[in-house]
Design a protein around this ligand. Structure first.
Ligand SMILES: *Cc1c(COP(=O)(O)O)cnc(C)c1O
Length: 396
């Protein structure tokens, strides 16, 4: 009997080794990994340059705490400020923690800096912001809230891409709007740029913090450092985590200078946040993306992938559409995604779901055209098999 809680619906597969764009299971079977630990191992598994930085840090110092000065936190904060255009950084250990910090920052900014009694945060249907009590309340999906009542006050969810609904929801209590520019867990839904511009305008009008959750989209996944850079907006707060540490747990909140006072001494903190090993992993990851020009690689390979996936839309009645940006891609299926995932897995390629009928594809930035071609061929075969099976079923 397993002593683990059954909270994860795990696949019947134990991955025990990873190298580059491939992983191996206990039986020694090899898989092309287009899951990347859910948008985490963006440089592939055990990337040499990051490994080298981590090894050096292992010899130097593992942990000191935030009681002390932190040269590596300074370095990574400088780098994140440079690539985002934002000013202030606070490190934590996960995406949920980064969003939790954003929620706290928004409330405290309104109450302590603006001296106003505002606390409400507006979020959107289909969003995912994490599993802590506050972030699951912010999340626009009922399934993550089931059985956790009472939920914290101060959150309002309005329909995604409905500007009138947002306009109506803004009240004298609203302090911020939080959104994903490409909803990841919610089905790989890129937001319409016009709607996003209107959201930004409403935030400006009502003096609300515009907070972009880039936990999945950030650090190059969509082909720019951050997805917001493709939308021509200037967010007040951006959260990141998944792709920042190449697999080492690390998250961060980035914010505009005007929020600085809101997080004065004693306002917020975490024991592990900004741990030296996490900082080394983050610095190594950003350096690798820069050195190897991976942002333009993500754009180019993303376009290439999309072209080939569009072929599947034309070919198969089981595929409705292709969505996404860069190397965050989704296939809208007309059937449950589970069987497709199981069959591609048997053929040595790993994908993941985003909801019941969307197949999500999160390749490492280090993938190449021949791996993409192979993945699409496998998908094509699997879809054809399933289509034949369906036809037989119907004619029987
Ligand atoms: C994964 C994710 C989170 C939560 O991150 P954790 O590290 O699992 O806490 C929050 N927001 C988005 C957009 C995510 O994709």
């Amino acid at each position: 009997m397993s002593h683990l809680f059954p909270n994860y619906a795990r696949w019947p597969l134990a991955i025990v080794r990873g190298e580059g764009n491939y992983v191996w299971d206990e039986q020694g079977n090899k898989y092309l990994d287009f899951v990347s630990g859910i948008a985490v191992t963006s440089l592939g598994h055990a990337p040499a340059a990051v490994k080298e930085k981590l090894k050096q840090q292992l010899d130097q110092l593992w942990h000191s705490s935030n009681l002390f000065q932190h040269p590596l936190q300074e370095q990574l904060a400088d780098k994140l400020a440079e690539i985002s255009g934002l000013d202030r950084v606070l490190f934590c250990n996960s995406g949920a923690e980064a969003n939790e910090a954003a929620i706290k920052l928004a409330r405290r900014y309104a109450q302590k800096v603006l001296n106003q009694d505002r606390y409400e945060i507006i979020t959107f249907t289909g969003s995912f912001h994490g599993r802590t009590l506050a972030t699951l309340t912010a999340t626009g999906q009922e399934k993550v809230k089931d059985g956790f009542a009472p939920l914290p006050e101060g959150f309002v969810t309005v329909p995604f891409q409905d500007i009138e609904a947002l306009r109506e929801a803004i009240s004298s209590k609203t302090c911020a709007v939080m959104l994903e520019l490409v909803q990841g867990e919610g089905g790989v839904n890129p937001a319409d740029p016009e709607w996003v511009a209107q959201v930004a305008e409403l935030c400006r009008e009502h003096d609300l913090l515009l907070m972009i959750d880039e936990v999945q989209t950030g650090i190059g996944r969509t082909g720019s450092w951050f997805a917001f850079q493709q939308y021509g907006i200037e967010p007040d707060v951006v959260t990141v985590a998944k792709g920042l540490g190449s697999g080492f747990p690390v998250g961060a909140i980035l914010a505009k200078e005007k929020t600085n006072e809101a997080f004065g001494p004693g306002s917020h903190g975490t024991t592990f946040g900004g741990n030296p090993l996490a900082m080394a992993a983050g610095l190594g990851t950003l350096e690798e993306i820069e050195t190897h020009n991976l942002l333009s690689r993500v754009q180019e390979l993303g376009d290439y992938f999309k072209e080939h996936l569009n072929r599947l839309v034309a070919q198969s009645s089981l595929v409705k559409s292709v969505r996404g940006k860069g190397l965050l891609l989704g296939l809208q299926l007309t059937i449950p995604v589970q069987e497709v995932l199981e069959t591609t897995r048997e053929k040595g390629v790993l994908f993941l779901p985003a909801g019941p009928d969307v197949l999500r594809i999160l390749p490492p930035f280090t993938t190449n055209r021949s791996e993409i071609q192979h993945a699409v061929d496998v998908l094509s075969d699997v879809l054809e098999e399933l289509e034949d099976k369906q036809k037989q079923h119907h004619s029987a």
